[in-house]
Design a binder for this molecule. Structure first.
Ligand code: GLA
Length: 361
């Protein structure tokens, strides 16, 4: 590949239609990319040094990887580090970062940053990194350098999604299939409700869920919960592990059922699967909070076909499948319900399946 001296690259946030906490269990996910994205303007430097400016705060962090980098710039340093680890000759660079992916909302602002920086550095260095290898590199950057034990969904979505499609990803084989998601063509919309309840992956709850799943798989004698079926649960005597496992097993099945319906163009019928996914996250996986439960219940009462929380949990966003013409009414109903319960006002917007990471100029 020919190296370029400078350019502008973008990578999007994502929302997950269904398949939550299944990725690190070797299971199935169905995310799509959002129009909200991180944009990196970059130029190559002739020395092994990286200078990163956030256009949001005006802050600049400069590093050469001789010392660990912390804070938001760690996500950038992590990508430099992982590419070097993989044997690539990463060029020094000056990078300026802008983003309209809301942080802490479960919409993968971290993956958007990692994937945009990875695209920029790959092109600046003329590095030959096939696109299908990029999600694993970005995930490893986050796992090993930043220290967040995330799965591979977010980086895959931010890299591989296509406009107008959801990405069916088998997190074991990493096989992908682009599933057409023509919401507008069917008069539908996906309303996103950002609960604005704080969401933190690093606070230990995510890691605890992951550890419980790994323990259950070990006790069942399977490589991952992907390989377990509901009947196996009678072999576990820990009630908590039974519930955690049941979420993963039933959620994988819901992803496959959703895809079968989408392939037949029966979009409205995925609603009950989305709502069942939420109930499973609330009751079995225990990762919801009152704000997101309220958003789901109110959206359903206001006429949504289905609604569920998306992302790691403990706050963040809900997505609701609605008739396009009803989206504003559902959003207003949720806003009113939040006010009545004394919650922070939610933010709402419509999610359009958008393209994955690419060079803008
Ligand atoms: C976060 C992680 C993902 C995935 C989801 C839950 O977004 O980064 O890997 O595990 O939570 O589905």
């Amino acid at each position: 590949m020919t190296a370029v001296d400078q350019g502008v690259w973008a990578a999007p946030g994502r929302i997950n239609l269904i398949g939550e906490h299944t990725d690190y269990n070797d299971g199935f996910v169905l995310p799509f990319a959002l129009p909200q994205r991180t944009v990196v303007t970059a130029e190559r430097l002739d020395r092994p040094e990286w200078s990163v400016t956030s256009t949001l705060t005006g802050e600049t962090v400069t590093f050469d990887l001789s010392e660990p980098v912390t804070g938001w710039a760690a996500y950038v340093a992590a990508v430099v580090w992982v590419l070097r680890e993989a044997g690539h000759d990463v060029p020094g660079a000056r990078l300026s970062i802008d983003s309209d992916v809301p942080g802490g909302a479960g919409l993968s602002s971290s993956a958007a940053l990692e994937c945009a920086v990875l695209s920029a550095l790959a092109d600046l260095g003329g590095l030959d990194i096939p696109v299908e290898q990029r999600p694993s590199l970005a995930q490893r950057a986050e796992n090993a350098y930043v220290g967040v034990p995330c799965g591979i969904m977010d980086q895959s979505a931010s890299t591989l999604c296509r406009e107008g499609h959801a990405l069916f990803l088998d997190c074991r084989s990493l096989a992908t299939e682009q599933i057409p998601l023509d919401l507008a063509g069917q008069g539908l919309a996906i309303l996103v409700i950002d609960s604005r309840a704080p969401h933190q992956l690093v606070d230990g709850e995510y890691a605890a869920r992951r550890a419980a799943c790994e323990r259950a798989a070990e006790l069942l004698g399977v490589p991952a919960l992907r390989d377990a079926v509901l009947d196996d649960l009678s072999r576990l005597d820990d009630e908590l592990l039974i519930r955690r496992s049941r979420h993963v097993i039933t959620e994988n099945a819901r992803v496959l059922d959703t895809i079968a319906l989408l392939r037949e163009g029966r979009l409205r019928e995925i609603g009950p699967l989305m709502t069942a996914s939420h109930a499973s996250m609330r009751d079995d996986f225990e990762i919801t909070v009152p704000e997101v439960d309220e958003a789901v219940e109110t959206a359903l009462a206001a006429g949504a076909y289905g609604a569920r929380m998306t992302g790691g949990g403990f706050g963040g966003c809900v997505l609701a499948l609605v008739e396009a013409e009803k989206a504003a009414t559902v959003a207003e109903a949720v806003t009113a319900a939040f006010a009545a319960r004394g919650f922070h006002p939610p933010a709402t917007f419509l999610a359009l399946p958008s393209p994955g990471a690419h060079r803008l100029s």
